[in-house]
Design a protein. Sequence first.
Length: 327
Amino acid sequence: MTTTAGPRRALHAIRRAGNRLANFFDPPILVLAYHRVADLKHDPQALAVRPERFRAQMRHLRSRYAPLRLEESWPRGDRPAAIVTFDDGYADNATTALPILEREEVPATFFVSVGAVEAGREFWWDELERLLLAETPPPLPNPIRVGDGPDRRAWPTATAEERRVCYEELHGVLRGLVPARRELWLASLRAARGDAPPRPSHRPLTVDEVGRLGRSLYASVGAHGVTHTPFAALSLGEQREEMRTSRERLRAWTGREVETFSFPFGGRRDFTRDSVRLAREIGFRRVAANAPGQLRRWFDPFVVPRFLVRDWDADRFASELSRFQSA
């Protein structure tokens, strides 16, 4: 039996060595991806960084790296630089993250999914968590049946482990569905589960809060589509409409030009070359993905790599940034 583990490790080692050498001549730019700054009891997707840890991370960033803005030109510097970004558009981006960024004088770009702002509902993955994992009555049916037509499926829910498996498998299914079908699946889950009240802790930004971001000297607002659907699951016409609509809404809410875009989810399989071409045609200056990698000044500005940041203390954050520099 053959294996690719050995050659893959060798290629990674060669790439890391090459990056370390390149760093002497052209210090890298690290683009960091956040989602939330909040202290949550349950966070199954590990999206939140606690406020005190985020503050410590920003202080370290400011002291060791040159903070840059995603939409601006990236000048050559004598030390590594960093760009802070946020995806999705949670309310705590404005209420909690922004005051810390302003206090520490670190700029950030906030990519906002406008459909969530207009609906005022939890993001679909948060609603899924609330319906399946939240410790609130009524109890879940066992098994629970979710879906539409021949794809309707049943999951056991008697134990915490079974509910976790149900959540993870349904998350994978819903992630790949077009918006209308995803809503049908969620509706069938609500009907089977009995709806539970939305949580203020998980609400999206309001239009006024988006405007507050747009007025801050330390914030820029970027587009993130409408429905937070992987673009690879949408037709080119639907992708174009998501880009244009999100840009127009955010321009109206902030009174500022919207020059950047972030692909929803943003993994390498979540968009296509045509998606990148559309972003260029529509007029975005920078487009962010969610694949890790260093950013060099000569890299493609329409597929900007980013490193996902977790709820790390200051020491772990410093260690991870050092690792990112040679990734």
